[in-house]
Design a binder for this molecule. Structure first.
Ligand code: HEM
Length: 416
């Protein structure tokens, strides 16, 4: 079969066709054009689809994470000035720093997070999950609206020590930010809305009321302010920015992971789902759900210098300083070179499950233990309550960008 790869010029993170089924496209690209230059995305972006290239490039120090302004590239400098305050916040995120500055910021955040152990969090997350499930109507409910959306916002608000009741606003604000970083093109109108949401989120995190609450609760927001490592402290602006990052990174991803997982679990026999109910088997099952159902489709980088990269198929990729790359972890996670039967959900797949869902190297996800714990508690509680939980064949609504891949509505019945 001859393939016209120019046809993929319609590939964008906002094209509904790719959102509904990105996996057959990824398979095609892994085989025929694993390192692909898209002329349409951000004015010229290399897209990488194989595991070997994604893993290698995520650790390559010739690439930079200073990519907060990439989605605004289509604006001229004058137009960009309108968004300077928003970009100031994103530019402070530890995720967008390299080298020593990244190490310092990450160490600072790690130190602040020390008290939030699994033991401390277990009853708190369980309490939030139980409270949400107590309120649903088991004869039919929207898993996303009733559980998957409120849960991560409440968990991260609790960790920060800010009111968990704020979850609807936290979802709305972080959704606007997620659309900016999960899309391949956004409108000026969306940028204006995102700026407003980012400012509102920052004002919420900077408020005296929340500073007091977090201090009294021993929350992470307060600890980010107080923590001092080798004489260094975050500035007030940094504190607000890092807290906003944690909310955005956690809320925008876990909410889709839970929906994707429940949708995938509907197609496996109930005996398989029982693996989620036992302490010995739940760990590997959650790892496999992270592999197959990852909500974060790609990781971005920009070239820090000019250099040629030779991809796993021998393609020479001539990178120019400032040029963006998108590394598709959702494609890497289904690479047949690494995983047997890559498209199958094998809940007892042996460990280590080498998925790239949380990245690899120095930028490895900060929140991975929290994700694993929240997902484990949510899914095991759900299937313990309703072992026959069922997803009727009904239209589902997808989020409108591939960057954060998942449902915005998923109707389920408890099987009662
Ligand atoms: C299903 C949920 C999640 C997924 C799939 C996910 C995925 C990722 C990935 C792939 C990266 C690496 C990005 C890179 O290499 O540039 C990352 C980084 C990060 N994640 Fe997560 N994440 C999730 C949840 C969370 C949560 C709950 C938090 C915080 C509470 C969080 C905070 C962060 C931070 C701060 C970074 C930047 C780390 C660094 O640059 O050092 N994430 N995440």
């Amino acid at each position: 079969m001859s393939l016209d790869l120019t046809a993929i010029d319609d590939f964008s993170h906002n094209n509904v066709q790719y959102i509904e089924d990105p996996f057959s496209f990824y398979a095609l690209m892994r085989e025929h054009s694993p390192a692909h230059l898209s002329g349409t995305i951000f004015g010229g972006t290399w897209l990488m689809f194989r595991y070997a290239d994604c893993a290698r490039l995520m650790k390559d120090e010739r690439l930079s994470n200073a990519r907060s302004a990439v989605p605004l590239r289509f604006l001229d400098p004058e137009q960009r000035a309108e968004f300077a305050d928003m970009l100031d916040i994103y530019g402070r995120w530890l995720a967008f720093h390299d080298g020593k500055e990244h190490t310092r910021n990450r160490r600072q955040a790690n130190r602040g997070y020390v008290p939030f152990t699994d033991e401390y969090l277990e009853p708190r997350i369980q309490g939030i999950v139980d409270g949400l499930l107590d309120r649903v109507d088991p004869t039919g409910f929207d898993l996303i609206a009733d559980v998957a959306f409120p849960l991560p916002a409440m968990v991260i608000a609790d960790v920060l020590g800010v009111p968990v009741e704020a979850h609807p606003q936290l979802n709305r604000w972080t959704d606007d930010i997620a659309h900016l970083f999960g899309s391949t093109s956004v409108s000026v109108e969306h940028l204006r809305r995102t700026r407003k949401s980012t400012r509102e989120l920052a004002a919420f995190l900077a408020s005296e009321d929340n500073a007091r609450r977090s201090r009294d609760a021993g929350g992470l927001l307060h600890r980010l302010r107080e923590t001092e490592v080798h004489g260094y402290r975050f500035s007030e602006r940094d504190v607000v920015a890092q807290a906003a990052l944690l909310l955005f990174a956690g809320v925008a991803s876990i909410r889709y992971l839970i929906g994707n997982s429940v949708r995938a679990l509907a197609d496996v026999p109930a005996t398989q789902r029982d693996l989620l109910l036992h302490p010995d088997t739940v760990g590997p099952a959650v790892e496999e759900l992270l592999r197959v159902c990852t909500p974060v489709s790609f990781v971005g980088r920009v070239a820090a210098e000019d250099f040629d990269y030779t991809a796993s198929d021998g393609t020479v990729v001539p990178l120019r300083k400032g040029q963006p790359l998108l590394l598709y972890v959702a494609s890497a996670n289904r690479d047949p070179e690494v995983f047997e039967h890559p498209d199958e959900l094998v809940l007892d797949r042996p460990l280590p499950n080498r998925h790239l869902t949380f990245g690899i190297g120095r930028h490895l996800c900060f929140g991975d233990p929290l994700v694993r714990q929240t997902t484990r508690i949510a899914l095991s509680t759900l299937y313990r309550r309703w072992p026959a939980l069922h997803v009727p064949p009904q239209a589902t609504d997808w989020n409108n960008n591939l960057g954060f891949h998942g449902f915005t509505s998923l109707w389920v019945t408890g099987g009662v």
